[in-house]
Design a protein around this ligand. Sequence first.
Ligand code: FE2
Length: 477
Amino acid sequence: MALAGRSSDDPRMAHVGGFEALEQEFSYTIPNSAVRGRIPPTVRGTFLRIGPGRNRIGEDTFGHWFDGDGMVHALTFTDDGAWYRNRYVRTPKYLKETAAGRIVCRSFGHNAPGGQLKNIGRPPANAANTSIANHGGRLLALWEGGRPWALDPQTLETLGECNFDGALGLADPFSAHGHTHPQTGYYYNHGVTIGPGGPRINLYEINPAGRLTRKRHFNIDHLAFVHGSGLSGRHLVLLVHPLGMASVWPFVFGRKAFDEAIEYRPEWGMKAYVVSLETLKVERVFELAPFVLFHYGNCREEGEELVVDLIRFEDFAVAGQLRDVFGSSAAEGGKPWQYRFNLRTGAVREAALPTRLGCEFPQFDLRYSGRESRYLYTAAIADNGTPGFFNAIQRLDTRSGEVVVHDLGPGRFTSEAMFVPEGDAEGDGYLCAVVYDAATHRSEVVLLDARSDTLGEVAAVPLRNPVPFGFHCGYIQ
Ligand SMILES: [Fe+2]
């Protein structure tokens, strides 16, 4: 088992081993005797994590973090300890490049080798590496510009590309961030594409049985990179930021990779499209001062207002780190922010939410999805001497303004933390996250007490292997 990380004497590069490939696929148990602390008896579900399992193949480095092949990790908590397994998603990209031992495919961040003719008219290959959905009897590995991939929830074996019984066409991209409505059980997702009327956002509604029941679209002003959305009780809201392609032709003709063809152009302006869940049509459009966003927190109706929590970036400088995972020494976090869209008057109000650190990957108690919630949890970057990647987890109290930071310590890194409920009240539960330790080049799955004054650790399940840095998580009760 190759466990050698690429260490560095430069503390700003201490994190870089977390981007190294994990080639092996495992299935093993960890007994309670090996667990630091104690797994709470109420925690008996399965924690899921997805991200690029390899950022290089053979002598080739992908460079862009979004291009690494999707690997899913699962940790099931049991009375005896935990069961860990990990599997690559067997996409055509993964299979072709594994067989070749080198980069073959056009991807998000780079073109396929061989020049323009090898890229013209070809979409980036689906890496199935970004997020997880568990809905309608399916466990799905999600990407951004293509269809989801179905996985066996026990073994994580790839079952195949999911087109919802033919309802999701080849030109129907399915984003990495959908939502299950907590009351109706319907799942909503979107995808950006180009139709006869120009750039547009497709909307998909999937019923609790997993059938794609409605599909609609609305046109947008430019081909934007729209990563997420917010779901309230009655609306889906999509903020279209000015990050996209001024012209699609350099990409379509194969002269530029997708990432090379997108740019941040604040002069394009920014709009928030509020979609009625009843009709799946745009109910109101708001204009706002431009910024960049990827991830939303909770979202709710409050009187006439639609309240949206999100993480905001002032520009697209974060692209520098995304494009060069092995060379970047400074992680950048965003700022938690709240928008209030008045659905009657059209007025927009905004305010910064409390934070102590730059942050990303907002999560909350999903039982409170679509209604008033108080706590937001994020990955964050603390000033602990190793600032190259997320090294802390924060709890933000949006009501009192209190912020609690759990600094994981120098050389220890994380990404998104999932909320695992225990009691009934909002915030009663644990935060579950993967922590990579650069000193040992191994990872552990930690449970933090979401209620404590320090977000204190209650258990840590040590793994035999590193879990390469990933994007998003899930938890199945
Ligand atoms: Fe995301």
